[in-house]
Design a protein around this ligand. Structure first.
Ligand code: HEC
Length: 171
């Protein structure tokens, strides 16, 4: 059996241990508590995580509708020179590529006497400004396997100018 002295010692040691635990927890809390560190850094982390990494990969561009509002038709006409080697704007005048008369809003791959690759109809139905914008940015990426060997127009406003100009080539 324990005598009183031993019991007191055990109880004392137990209390000490408890105190160390409680104090330790409190100190740890003070050091790592969100109020002192988490808040400032937390926001910074969210920005770093969601912002630059994905943003850089996607490379947001203004919507084509907005760019069309700012479009410059005469600049678009100049840009069409890049297409002129393969495309004519007169009905029936196919060249290396199909004629582009009324192409904005026209059904994709719809010129009967032109032999298409089949890659365009696989990815789009109508040449809406959005679809043309995507195609003309990088044809080979938008419609893999396309016969149109054209690198693309990288500047969004240049594409919008061209699409606005093509819109005027119709009835
Ligand atoms: C080197 C020749 C070449 C150049 C340059 C070229 N294209 Fe094409 N284009 C083609 C060919 C070939 C096709 C048919 C593609 C297929 O069937 O895959 C085509 C198809 C298209 C179509 C689809 C038409 C339809 O009836 O579905 C559009 C729209 C188009 N081109 C627009 C343009 C524009 C705008 C430019 C200038 C920025 C341009 N192309 C430059 C050769 C060219």
């Amino acid at each position: 059996m324990f005598d009183t002295m031993t019991l007191t010692k055990i109880a004392g040691a137990f209390c000490m241990a408890l105190l160390v635990l409680v104090l330790g927890g409190w100190i740890a809390d003070k050091i790592y508590s969100p109020a002192h560190h988490g808040e400032d850094h937390g926001i910074a982390w969210i920005e770093i995580d969601a912002g630059p990494v994905e943003g850089a990969a996607i490379q947001e561009e203004p919507a084509i509708e907005e760019l069309l509002l700012l479009a410059d038709l005469s600049k678009g006409q100049k840009t069409f020179k890049k297409c002129g080697a393969c495309h004519k704007l007169k009905t029936g005048a196919n060249g290396v590529g199909p004629h582009l008369y009324g192409v904005v809003g026209r059904a994709v791959g719809s010129i009967a006497d032109f032999s298409y690759s089949g890659s365009l109809v696989a990815v789009a139905k109508i040449w809406s400004p959005e679809n043309l914008n995507g195609f003309l940015k990088k044809p080979s990426k938008y419609a893999p396997g396309t016969k149109m060997s054209f690198n693309g127009i990288s500047k969004p406003q240049d594409r919008a100018n061209l699409i606005a100009y093509l819109t005027t080539i119709s009835e």
